[in-house]
Design a protein around this ligand. Structure first.
Ligand code: ADP
Length: 467
């Protein structure tokens, strides 16, 4: 719109400036020149008669030459005037002047051959006076007409300049007003949704999520609002997850504490004082629940270190096999209790790796205890390792033929607080194990992924860079 306005006023100004230019050119080339030539011709006219008289009286050839020169100048000027005359009136006047000039030439030729008395002849004097008066009059008329024309053109050029200035000023003012209006509306259009977003952000900061924002605004702001909505949705989800998780974790910590409390009360009250085997069982139970509690608390501590970015690693060259065997041994009472079959498929020449031994032990402990936890009695667990020459990594897998993970949960098992299908399941856990495992593997420069089918089992595989 502004460009159109500027364009139109530009074209108008250029066209008018052209006209103005032509007008000024015509003033300079025609009117001023005509006035100047006509005034010079008038001077010529009187110099001509004076030179004529002097020559005819003295017969001095110098005067005759002077007369000829003036006459030639006069003729040249009149010829030029005829060429540049731009109106019929001027052309008419010049035709008249030429006619009288011709008469004057004839008169001179006649006079040259007369005697002195005849030269002073009254008729001749009267004729010449009449001719010069006519030429004088016509030339003065020419000056007057040209002066009038020049004044009219000057007035017109003045009007045109004023008009051009006015149009320029008006279009400039219009453009400025338009810019102000457009800027005002644009600013309003941007400010309104931004204010809305800011208000909503304050509400979200106060824990009030509300409905998603639906604002009609420029595409950039709309995109921002959509991202904001997505962020709110995610925050709300995390908020809910946190609430669910805290209740789950409290339960997770309360269960062993309740068992310990009940068992120790029974021991204190001497319920099985006469049955030492039962008492022994109670001690074993208390110990197992204490270990579970320590494990859970250790996980929570690990998790908070991980979240704070303060999980430190001490890397060294170490062999995989002893770590795996140590963990299998640690879990063997449970493996036996559940009558599980565990197979190790680790090549003898599997190379040593750069790792934090304790953290990698933690990884195995997590993966193996999950496999045990989510596989029913008599199941099968396999730990295997192989070199992947393509990526120059060692890939280690822990597979089970347990309950498996539903497809929609596969992407989430490594997320913090995530317990797939945990509501209906009676299987205990903090939901932090795999998040910690992934963090440890990533810190080693490796990756972890899972393949699983419900009812068939799961395979967790992680890769570690070879040396
Ligand atoms: P948790 O301490 O609850 O086991 P994890 O982070 O170790 O937490 O595991 C997260 C979830 O992943 C578990 O709650 C479970 O739903 C699923 N999961 C992990 N390992 C297995 C497995 N071997 N078989 C089936 N599901 C598993």
């Amino acid at each position: 719109m502004i460009i159109l306005l500027v364009g139109i006023s530009g074209v108008y100004t250029i066209m008018n400036l052209n006209d103005l230019n032509q007008l000024i050119e015509s003033i300079i080339k025609n009117d001023s020149r005509i006035i100047k030539l006509a005034e010079e011709s008038l001077d010529d006219l009187y110099s001509l008669t004076a030179a004529e008289d002097k020559y005819l009286i003295s017969r001095d050839p110098d005067y005759y030459q002077q007369f000829k020169n003036i006459r030639s100048d006069f003729t040249k000027r009149v010829d030029e005037l005829e060429k540049i005359a731009d109106t019929d009136v001027k052309t008419g006047l010049l035709t008249e002047i030429k006619k009288f000039q011709g008469l004057y030439d004839v008169l001179i030729d006649e006079r040259k051959s007369l005697t002195v008395q005849e030269k002073n002849n009254q008729t001749y004097v009267i004729d010449r006076e009449m001719i010069t008066r006519e030429i004088d009059q016509k030339l003065r008329n020419l000056v007057r007409v040209s002066t009038e024309d020049r004044n009219t053109k000057l007035q017109r050029s003045k009007d045109m300049s004023t008009q051009i200035t006015n149009v320029f000023n008006i279009s400039l003012s219009l453009a400025v007003i338009l810019v102000i209006i457009i800027t005002f509306f644009n600013t309003r259009k941007i400010n309104l949704p931004i204010n809305l977003l800011s208000e909503r952000a304050k509400e979200v900061a106060g824990g009030k999520f509300g409905d998603p924002l639906n604002i009609s605004s420029p595409p950039e702001i709309k995109e921002l609002a959509d991202t904001f909505n997505m962020m709110c949705e995610r925050l709300q989800e995390l908020d809910q997850m946190k609430i669910d998780y805290i209740s789950h974790l409290s339960h997770e910590l309360r269960t062993p504490l309740t068992v310990i409390k009940e068992a120790s009360s029974m021991l204190q009250e001497g319920v099985f004082s006469k049955v030492p085997e039962k008492q022994e069982d109670l001690f074993v139970l208390i110990k197992a629940e204490c270990e579970r509690l320590i494990l859970s608390v250790n996980r929570i501590l690990d998790f908070s270190r991980m979240e704070a970015g303060k999980m430190f690693f001490s890397f060294q060259k170490a062999s995989l096999r002893p770590i795996i065997e140590k963990n299998v041994l640690k879990l063997s009472p449970l493996i036996q209790k559940k009558k599980m079959d565990i197979t190790l498929d680790i090549p003898e020449d599997i190379p040593s790796l750069r790792m934090d031994k304790e953290r990698i032990e933690e990884v195995f402990e997590n993966l193996l205890s999950n496999a045990l936890k989510f596989t029913s009695e008599g199941g099968k667990i396999t730990v295997s390792a192989k070199s992947n020459g393509e990526n120059n990594t060692i890939e280690i897998s822990v597979s089970d033929n347990g309950r498996g993970i539903p497809e929609d949960g596969l992407m989430q098992v490594f997320d913090k607080f995530k317990r797939v299908d945990d509501k209906r399941s009676a299987i205990r856990g903090t939901g932090m194990g795999l998040a910690i495992v992934r963090h440890i593997i990533n810190a080693h420069g490796g990756h972890i992924w899972v393949k699983s089918k419900v009812g068939e089992g799961s395979t967790f595989t992680f890769s570690l860079p070879a040396l």
